[in-house]
Design a protein around this ligand. Sequence first.
Ligand SMILES: *Cc1c(COP(=O)(O)O)cnc(C)c1O
Length: 458
Amino acid sequence: MTKIPHRLYLTEDQMPKQWYNLRADMKELPDPMLNPADFRPVKEEDLYPIFCKELAHQEMDNETRYVDIPEEIQDFYKMYRPSPLIRAYNLEKALDTPARIYYKFEGNNTSGSHKLNSAIAQAYYAKKQGLTSLTTETGAGQWGTALAEACSYYGIPLTVYMVKCSYEQKPFRKAVIQTFDGEIIPSPSTTTNAGRAILEKGPHTTGSLGCAISEAVEKAVTTEGCRYVLGSVLNQVLLHQSIIGLESKTAMELLDEYPDIVIGCAGGGSNLGGLIAPFMQDKLTGKASPRIVAVEPASCPSLTRGRYAYDFCDTGKVTPLARMYTLGCGFIPSANHAGGLRYHGMSPILSKLYHDGYMEAVAVEQTKVFEAAVFFAKQETILPAPESSHAIRAAIDEAVKCRETGEAKTILFGLTGTGYFDMNAYSSYLDGTMKDYIPTDEDLEKAFAELPKIPGIQ
Ligand SMILES: *Cc1c(COP(=O)(O)O)cnc(C)c1O
């Protein structure tokens, strides 16, 4: 008998009834979004043509610390939550480390990731407002799947712009999205002005999240009763994803544990922002000081090599400007990068916290990520998503350091999803054809040169 169980599930009573808004406890807030036409701060009403009203409100609300989770959303969560907090006993043994390793596994739903946590909230508010359709983009496909599930639950028609290289590499993702009645268009496409312009510049482009966002936003603002929803980066998404951290913290308290290190992979920052939220709160309010580590791909290193600057959130330059760590909205990561996390920017909340020294970041190469993924799968029996495996890599590296120093640290990491739709990437790792790609400083300078010029600011 071990004292701490392998898996801990909260009871329904113990599940969070409110999301936590990290901004309410930040010493300094992220800089406001700016309108690219006149560089004035964006107001809540300015967002109404793009986002549904309640979500526009959540986006701009820097004050409300706890936001009630509507009962309908709580009921939906109960279909696949709580997610388990798992003690990685076998991984610890295999690494011969004194560290105690925990992970929060978010892959137990059809989207295969944490994305459903925000998708259902966004579909709920859209339905409540009486909207008649939604659009979005998807990169690897998890967000498109999650949103298709949520939209079909509420009977809302959905159009998904899917990054072209993923569309071609992941036929089964398409089929799942279609199972939930989502319409899919490979991006860039000829169905929007933004897509046509991008295709004219580069007819053979493999697409990027930034392109797909431009197309989805254009479709939303030109279609009656339609709004755009986004699965990461935004403040509202981090708010919804705080469920991950709140559950984790309660579960750890039940085990009489507290993490010394919290680790998450970072694409646009939503799972990381959600996982760390209550631990960052402790840090901001002086209650505890866990190390918080963002892990990003070396091929798309927005925190470790990007600029902290105002930039567009999309390639087509139709969105407001956000101040964030960015590689430049024209940055398109190498097509041979299979590991997800391809977004050029980073959540403004996380960018600010990183800039102010509350978090660390590391960049890892994809072959090292897959090495960790395969090792983890064999120890823990879960085949991880490539994205999640970035966090596994860093957690293993920290646990190995503990072996060397003899320190029995408590490590918590986010295992955001399963890798079943990423078997092409696994195959390329296993047959040795996977290559690492690291952009040169020159590549990055080229994209930085395109950052918007803002009088008096940058
Ligand atoms: C989308 C996704 C990510 C990255 O997105 P974040 O917003 O940075 O969390 C990570 N893991 C999985 C499984 C995903 O689907």
